[in-house]
Design a protein around this ligand. Structure first.
Ligand code: 3ON
Ligand code: FE
Length: 493
């Protein structure tokens, strides 16, 4: 009996690393077809398209990229009409993609350590960047835009995903300018008669960093742009908005450009996280004509933050919910990402920060200790207080592990719901799609692309967001796998 009890306390892994690895094979083919292998039923009132982006190529003609974040962007589109779904995937025809496919070899260094063949001498002093358009995709102002934070957006045809060229928004962006991969849509901008606006930023890091904010109206026109300089180097992947503010977390990092310049490693690998230093919370007013128009910078301890779930203003304070890591490991030039030792890394955990601008203080509190990433809220709650949060999460309640489950957090009742695809399934970002006749905040669906390692194929899983404990509303089996991706958005049009 004792033996049995002992055995049951030995943690059993919910995943097998070799099975997880297979989700990082390139998908070289481009498809378009009606999905005919469906479990459950696609809700007939679900109309629109889910676009999502991510690295589609993890190698160039057999030469591996050093990290998935260096992989060429491939867009997937799932179009829903009258209970049926059409699938398409297509690579963004970036300049680098086209050149490398023609050459059959790596021609560009990647930010996360991909090197041209030939050792450091072949890479030294080559500081060109390849705009890989792999991080997000969004339909705004009748334009479908593929985003990568270090360069310009690519514009795509929303019907067949063909690449139309680079987007400069009536020349407000200049060649070489960046446009981040994490726009926020303010559902109702009080400075624009309550119409929605897309708010995004760009980062130009140096000894001090320039943060530029862009606001685009419904027609896709940039109607506001303002730039601010903040002290120190900054690597900022995401931000959050409220009706009055843009909020950035400046993670404590140091950047040493020499190993990058001399060809030893990528620029992203030359960033070192310094856990002893505080995180700076940068608060930039969205509207210059507000009473409080100056930039405020406060300090806290946060570890490293990639993604924010949401922010809102309440009782003269600003609330920000973010996924934080205790430390950020540098991508080692000699390591293989497919050999990741999950147990050796710190998990992402959800924290709430409360900023009091009058008192210049920051309070913080952990909301969820389970390993999680890719937070989402109802699109109408962006910048407003939300009740529900959806995240990709680990199957197990503690420890660091690949994302195999979808977690719903009810911030009013404290209830948690978990839908798990373990042991064979690995999930991606949960996109929340409001139901057309919605009354409550969770009336809608969660869509997530799940890699099924048992069949080496991916499924689009549609969950009823009101109750993740029910079996999925529908499970759409693709004819092939889709490599683990990054971000996307649903558009009802
Ligand atoms: O000076 C430079 C400033 C800058 C903007 C430094 C720099 C070259 C590193 C840089 C470029 C940054 C880029 C291109 C960042 C790209 C990030 C990216 C493609 C993805 C980030 C994803 C983040 C997360 C947390 C993903 C998690 C995924 C999972 C848990 C599951 O697979
Ligand atoms: Fe991101």
């Amino acid at each position: 009996f004792q033996l049995y009890e002992h055995a049951s306390t030995v943690p059993v892994k919910s995943y097998d690393r070799q099975k997880w690895q297979k989700g990082y094979q390139s998908l070289k083919q481009e498809f378009n077809y009606w999905i005919d292998d469906i479990e459950g039923e696609i809700p007939p009132n679900l109309q629109g398209t889910l676009f999502r982006n991510g690295p589609g190529l993890l190698d160039i003609n057999g030469q591996k990229v050093h990290h998935p974040f260096d992989g060429d962007g491939m867009i997937c589109a799932f179009t829903f009409t009258n209970g049926k779904a059409y699938f398409q995937n297509r690579f963004v025809r970036t300049k680098g993609f086209v050149e490398e496919q023609k050459a059959g070899k790596i021609l560009y260094r990647g930010v996360f350590g991909t090197q041209k063949p030939g050792g450091w001498l072949a890479n030294a002093f080559d500081l060109k960047v390849k705009n890989i358009a792999n991080t997000n995709v969004i339909y705004w102002g009748k334009k479908l835009l593929a985003l990568w934070e270090a360069a310009e957006p690519h514009r795509l045809n929303p019907n067949n995903l063909a690449t139309l060229g680079m987007e400069y928004f009536d020349r407000i962006l200049q060649p070489g300018d960046a446009f981040a991969a994490h726009p926020c849509i303010d559902p109702s901008c009080e400075w624009d008669d309550g119409k929605p606006r897309l708010v995004n930023f760009s980062i130009k890091p140096a000894l001090s960093t320039t943060i530029t904010i862009y606001e685009l109206d419904e027609s896709g026109k940039i109607v506001q742009r303002h730039a601010h300089s903040v002290p120190g180097f900054a690597f900022i992947h995401d931000f959050a908005i409220t009706p009055n503010y843009c909020i950035f977390f400046q993670n404590p990092v140091a950047f040493n450009p020499l190993p990058f310049i001399f060809g030893w490693q990528g620029a992203g690998q030359s960033i070192k996280f310094n856990p002893k230093e505080p995180t700076r919370i940068i608060i930039i007013p969205r509207h210059a004509n507000t009473a409080i128009s100056e930039v405020k910078i406060l300090e806290t301890k946060s570890g490293f933050v990639f993604h924010h779930a949401n922010a809102f203003e309440q009782d003269n304070e600003i609330y920000i919910d973010s996924v934080c890591y205790e430390s950020l490991p540098t991508v080692d030039p000699n390591s293989d990402y497919q050999e990741t030792d999950f147990d050796a890394l710190s998990p992402g955990q959800l924290w709430r920060f409360v900023v009091n601008l009058n008192e210049q203080t920051v309070r913080r509190q952990m909301l969820e200790s389970r390993c999680c990433e890719f937070p989402w809220v109802h699109p109408a709650k962006v910048g407003r207080s939300h009740r529900y949060l959806y995240l990709g999460a680990a199957h197990a309640a503690s420890g660091n592990a690949p994302l195999q489950a979808i977690l719903k957090i009810d911030q009013v009742s404290g209830e948690r719901q978990l839908w798990s695809a373990a042991p064979e399934g690995f999930v991606s970002e949960p996109v929340f799609v409001p139901a057309p006749d919605a009354v409550n905040e969770d009336d809608g669906w969660i869509m997530t692309l799940v890699y099924d390692s048992a069949h080496h194929r991916s499924d689009l899983v549609i969950l009823d967001a009101r109750n993740l404990h029910q079996k999925p509303v529908a499970r759409l089996h693709l004819k092939h796998h889709v490599p683990y991706g990054l971000h996307g958005n649903f558009t009802p049009e």
